[in-house]
Design a protein around this ligand. Structure first.
Ligand code: ATP
Length: 271
């Protein structure tokens, strides 16, 4: 199965709350995000088996701020997926934004351990996405809720990662300010594709800022001008995002289907 088909298959499994009839052993990945927590299970070949996700605010800018809340949600997702699959899950991988170190990085592993999953591996978020997309020479930009991270891969090896605290949350804050509405209402407005045309001029400066951040991160690196650039993360759901980002970035970028699920699927591949 091609990478994009796998992402679509994972989406279908999450939406339908069903499991693929694939034999174990299974790999588990947990993405503790600023906006969402996603748990994904694949078989040993990386084929999506099942998954579940929950809107959550237990992580801010890549850092776990509500430890107990995060454990509870991961435990719920684990129980939900175990019921769907009819098997027990006992270990899993996690990921952090590039540059997260020390106790902040360890917190993610402690969360999944608290939820009954022995942590087996912790990767950089854009590296996980790059694995799904099978990138040998290319650039992955991960724009989630709180952060914009990048990973540059050369000959299949990670040669550069970086991360900045700007993401979809900032898009929602700008909308909340412009329309004099609450953050929650702004989130709803942003996720309603029927309103994307109307909100595009308002949020354009934020998308331009994200593109500038990525451009600055890559300044001084020669030889990557021809590398394909993929943008993943929930913010890339915005209609017209690829075009607007490409224009500000000065290079054509590609957005895979269901961009929010690429990193979570990739984390499971390390499980
Ligand atoms: P981070 O990686 O920064 O910690 P995260 O893992 O929670 O955050 P994602 O799950 O990739 O990030 O994306 C979450 C962001 O995507 C949120 O800001 C959310 O509002 C936005 N988002 C989700 N769905 C849509 C949609 N349909 N349209 C626009 N934005 C969306």
């Amino acid at each position: 199965m091609e990478p994009y088909e796998k992402i679509c298959e994972l989406y279908r499994r999450i939406e339908s709350k069903t499991a693929a009839a694939l034999p174990g052993p299974y790999k588990v990945g947990v993405d503790l995000g600023t906006a969402d927590i996603v748990l994904v299970v694949t078989d040993s070949n990386g084929m999506p088996v099942a998954g579940s996700m929950r809107w959550a605010s237990v992580v801010k800018d890549g850092l776990v701020v509500d430890f107990r809340g995060a454990i509870n949600i991961v435990a719920e997702l684990r129980a939900e997926v175990e019921t769907i699959m009819g098997v027990k899950l006992d270990k899993g991988a996690t990921a952090v934004p590039p540059g997260t170190v020390g106790r902040n990085a360890q917190a993610c592993s402690h969360v999944i351990a608290g939820a009954g999953l022995e942590p087996v591996c912790q990767v950089d978020e854009p590296v996980a996405a790059a694995k799904v997309l099978q990138i040998k020479d290319g650039i992955v930009v991960d724009i989630g809720g709180g952060t914009t991270g990048i990973a540059v891969l050369k000959n299949g090896e990670l040669v550069f990662t970086a991360d900045e605290p700007t993401g979809g949350t900032h898009v929602s804050l700008v909308l909340a300010g412009a329309y004099h509405i609450s953050f929650e209402e702004a989130e709803k407005m942003k996720q309603d594709s029927r309103r994307h045309r109307e909100i595009t001029p308002v949020i354009m400066p934020v998308i331009e800022k994200m593109a500038t951040i990525v451009k600055d991160m890559l300044t001084g690196f020669d030889g990557y001008a021809e590398y394909p650039v993929y943008v993943v993360g929930g913010t890339a759901y915005l209609s017209g995002f690829a075009g607007a980002f490409s224009k500000a970035f000065g290079r054509q970028v590609e957005v895979p289907p269901h961009p929010l699920l690429v990193t979570p699927l990739g984390i499971a591949l390390f499980g």
